[in-house]
Design a protein around this ligand. Structure first.
Ligand code: FAD
Length: 500
């Protein structure tokens, strides 16, 4: 009998479950039977609405048309994140999805900015960023693929309604032959010989067997933890936030559908604002050791711009990751594999990486130990890179409240300490394997959080100051010209992605 996997069960139908179904169907074709089991009575976590640019590759890869997706999920475009109050309470900076303009062939834009700053120029670095300029003007247009175009060096992602996204993916997958069962999984049957999962017992009295199982059951990790006891590594000492209140609001006439997410720091956490076409998503992520739940709820309600559409929902979580997300014949993807707060909108991207790596290392029915080890090594690195990027924001804050003082004083992972130290000296960014964010992102956040490197790159020092001034002034003129010509974000959506 062939050792090939013939049947896979995906347990859970949230964003992770349906993304897995779509990607596995695309990657494996019809050679493998795919079954997704979800319980409408349990439901999904229902948040997770902001993304980073690689989501576009996912949609393209599984064959989803961008305009259909935008219409069906009430999506808007995202050029980056505005951070308010992350340094001092009145500070503000923008992490845009793009570089700061390759105006010189040999010297990086950060070094040119540093040179001008040394000469007394107070212009912020983000003045050279096209996504930041577009965001500030509330405008949007997709980048131009021609590298000579001034509209080339940026990217974009989306904000979307998580519930509508799961439903949209479900329709797509069912049309491609993925079988869906609406039932509650009551028990996980293990094979006595080796502890592999054999079948799932459902509350409708049936039992579903498979060769391989994907655990997308959310925080609970029904297969990976409750049955296989894979273990969890707690990272709360680095990222103490452990709760979030979430609430949607009606659109407010003020800021409207901004083409960016906003993250506003508060006394014991931070608040997100995610604009969609039909409403705005809001939430307050906070550390319960520094603020009680009721106060945190009041903070959220006090800072809402529009009318709350329902009562806020409380979500409790533990930050950390599963060191062995692939255990036996089961891979955990999504919240069942770990959780990092949504400060840089990375969870859906980690789902995407998890599925892509699994397909790269697709096993036989034996679920070979070496493939498991390699998958777990890669996903561990992925989680650590994202973890470091998120800790960076907390570590470099200059706020005075107890949570922020704790974070400024706490020891941090060596990988991150090295990155900050290197940047502080000469503005260099070391890139590690499996970094989810490229150099401009690290520069945007380090610079935004107030780190200014001590020296300028020697190459930059050799440039005549006047020529650098002229280059940067020219960059700003080009940006202003480009931004003037482009449509407002809401008009772009209305014109290019009209509702049927
Ligand atoms: P869930 O949505 O919890 O789905 C679990 C599924 O398992 C459900 O279908 C449920 O019915 C099923 N299930 C569970 N138990 C059983 C059972 N016994 N029988 C049958 N079925 C069962 N990510 C981002 O990328 N960007 C963001 O902006 C973002 N914001 C977030 C904000 C917060 C506060 C939180 C907590 C998370 C956020 N995330 C964000 C993460 C994102 O929400 C998740 O990564 C994503 O929704 C995937 O969730 P999931 O599918 O793993 O789990």
């Amino acid at each position: 009998m062939s050792d090939a996997i013939r049947r896979i069960i995906i347990a859970g139908g949230g964003t992770a479950g349906w993304m897995c179904a779509a990607a596995l169907r695309k990657g494996l074709g019809r050679t493998v039977e795919l079954v997704l089991i979800e319980s409408e009575d349990i439901g999904t976590v229902g948040v997770g609405e902001a993304t980073i640019p690689p989501i576009r590759k996912f949609l393209e890869h599984v064959g989803i048309d961008e305009l259909d997706f935008i219409r069906e999920t009430e999506a808007s475009f995202k050029l980056g994140i505005e951070f308010a109050g992350w340094g001092t309470p009145d500070s503000r900076y923008f992490h845009g999805f793009g570089d700061f303009g390759a105006v010189h062939e040999a010297v990086r834009p950060y070094q040119l900015w540093r040179l001008l700053r040394e000469a007394g120029d107070e212009t912020p670095l983000e003045a050279w960023s096209l996504p930041a300029a577009l965001a500030k003007a509330g405008k949007f247009f997709p980048p131009n693929p021609d590298p000579r175009s001034p509209m080339h060096d940026y990217a974009y992602a989306y904000h979307f309604d998580a519930g509508l996204f799961a439903r949209f993916l479900r329709r797509h997958c069912e049309a491609q032959g993925v079988k869906r069962i609406n039932a509650k999984i009551d028990a996980v049957q293990l094979r006595p010989a080796d502890g592999f999962i054999e079948a799932l017992t459902l509350d409708n009295g049936t039992s579903e067997a498979a060769d391989f199982f994907i655990d997308c059951t959310g925080f609970r990790g029904l297969l990976i933890e409750e049955a296989l006891k894979a273990g969890f590594e707690d990272w709360s000492h680095w990222l103490p936030a452990d709760r979030a209140w979430a609430v949607p609001t009606a659109h407010h006439t003020g800021a409207g559908i901004t083409p960016f997410t906003t993250s506003t720091a508060h006394a014991a956490g931070w608040q997100w604002r995610i604009p969609l076409q039909h409403r705005t998503g809001n939430g307050h992520v906070f550390a319960s050791a520094f603020m009680d739940e009721e106060t945190a709820r009041d903070v959220l309600l006090h800072h809402l711009e529009g009318k709350a559409l329902k009562d806020p929902m409380l979500i409790r979580f533990t930050t950390g990751r599963r060191p062995h997300p692939w255990t036996k014949n089961c891979v955990a993807v999504g919240l069942s594999s770990g959780f990092l707060e949504p400060l840089e909108s990375t969870s859906i991207n980690l789902i995407q990486s998890g599925i892509a790596q699994f397909l790269e290392l697709f096993p036989s029915r034996q679920a070979e130990a070496v493939l498991r080890r390699e998958y777990n090594r890669q996903m561990s690195l992925s989680y650590e890179r994202v973890r470091d990027f998120i800790i960076l924001h907390y570590k470099l804050n200059t706020r005075s409240e107890p949570l922020w003082r704790y974070c400024a004083d706490m020891p941090i992972p060596d990988t991150l300490a090295h990155k900050i130290e290197l940047f502080s000296v000469r503005g260099d960014v070391v890139s590690y394997d499996w970094d989810h964010f490229a150099e401009p992102s690290w520069i945007a956040v380090m610079n935004g959080q107030g780190v200014v490197s001590r020296f300028t790159d020697p190459l930059a020092q050799r440039l005549p100051l006047e020529s650098v001034r002229a280059l940067m002034a020219q960059r700003r003129d080009v940006l202003a010209q480009v931004v003037r010509q482009l449509p407002a974000h809401a008009d772009f959506i209305a014109h290019h992605c009209p509702s049927p």
